[in-house]
Design a protein around this ligand. Structure first.
Ligand code: F6P
Length: 341
């Protein structure tokens, strides 16, 4: 069996741990050969490959990023894209693909499965917004980085009696904001799932100052003011139709400063949340996903994705993960609200 492996979409700490586990079990236990596809779906589309054997995966467990490279290439949008992939896989003698990605990459995997391709998926995203899995790897690392940033912002905000806003990633789901904001003791957490009321946020800021502390607000890049629009810096779309987010933090700082007279500043964490070494939790989860993904290939469980349910790794249909995004339930947000203001 010759197995192709690719990583697509935004990178995420733990990708290399998955690749290593897939290759280690695949070679040593099943006697498989591997081909690394470069830069997500661009690899199979253009026949762009790299060697992937035990030597290639040595030492990569703690390393962030992906040795295969990544991109947001959408082969479904390319004229004749599916036929080109089919041709390239045939030429390279590939029997099966392991696709490691988020909603977009696995959405393509779902379509290819419907066309008869042999694909197994592995869920990846720091946003933790894929359904059917309790957690995606990369999320724990991103939350840890954001929490450390919030801890640091508290002390400097108090020294200068400022409002400090921390803008975190989370396009459609506020998981990173919710978890880092709770862990870091934020005075307000604003997420895409619940439109925020600016007057209420200003009330929380004022009450925090009255208690002689400086307010910290954690905001997801996809958060929306009531009745308002997404705040973005750039309106160009990627191949999957997403705009580049970021800007809500600065907008909020301007609004709060002009309405309260207190100085407000924003820190945008951006790609710092996605780079660098994965936490132990993410390394273990990614490793277990990799081991189970290659076992799914062995069992010819095409069109499935490995998922974490409780403490078990299970197989679910790819559609179950990509059909509907896993957003923050209102009850979870209500828990966090107990600490606002
Ligand atoms: O992959 C998810 C994500 O981290 C989102 O939270 C964020 O909006 C997006 O990626 C940013 O992607 P890019 O690096 O392509 O700008």
């Amino acid at each position: 069996m010759r197995v192709g492996v690719l990583t697509g979409g935004g990178d995420c700490p733990g990708l290399n741990a998955v690749i290593r586990a897939v290759v280690r079990r695949g070679v040593t236990e099943y006697g498989y050969e591997f081909v690394g596809f470069r830069d997500g779906w661009k690899g199979p589309l253009e026949g762009s490959t790299m060697p992937l054997d035990i030597a290639a995966v040595r030492g990569i467990l703690p390393r962030g990023g992906t040795i295969l490279g990544s991109s947001r290439t959408n082969p479904i949008k390319v004229e004749g894209g599916i036929e080109r992939i089919e041709q390239n896989l045939q030429t390279l003698g590939i029997d099966a693909l392991v696709a490691i990605g988020g909603e977009d990459t696995l959405g393509v995997a779902t379509t290819l499965t419907e066309h008869g391709f042999h694909v197994v998926g592995v869920p990846k995203t720091i946003d933790n917004d894929l359904s059917a899995t309790d957690y995606t790897f990369g999320f724990d690392t991103a939350v840890g980085i954001a929490t450390e940033a919030i801890d640091r912002l508290h002390t400097t905000a108090e020294s200068h009696h400022r409002i400090l806003i921390c803008e975190v990633m989370g396009r459609h789901a506020g998981w990173i904001a919710l978890h880092s904001g709770m862990a870091g003791g934020a005075n307000a957490i604003l997420i895409p799932e619940v439109e925020f009321d600016l007057d209420e946020v200003i009330g929380w800021v004022e009450s925090r100052f009255k208690a002689s502390y400086a307010p910290i607000i954690v905001v997801s890049e996809g958060a929306l003011p009531k009745g308002g629009d997404l705040v973005t810096k750039d309106t160009t779309l990627d191949a999957f139709g997403h705009v580049k987010l970021s800007g809500i933090g600065d907008w909020l700082a301007q609004q709060i400063e002009s309405r309260t007279g207190h100085e407000a500043r924003t820190t945008v964490l951006g790609h710092i949340q996605r780079g660098g070494t994965p936490t132990a939790f993410d390394r273990v989860l990614a490793t277990r996903f990799g081991l189970n993904a290659i076992s799914a290939v062995k069992d010819e469980a095409w069109g499935t994705m490995v998922a974490l349910q409780g403490t078990d790794i299970v197989r679910v249909p790819l559609q179950a993960a990509t059909g509907v995004l896993k957003t923050v339930p209102l009850a979870r947000y209500e828990e966090a609200r107990s600490f606002f203001g």
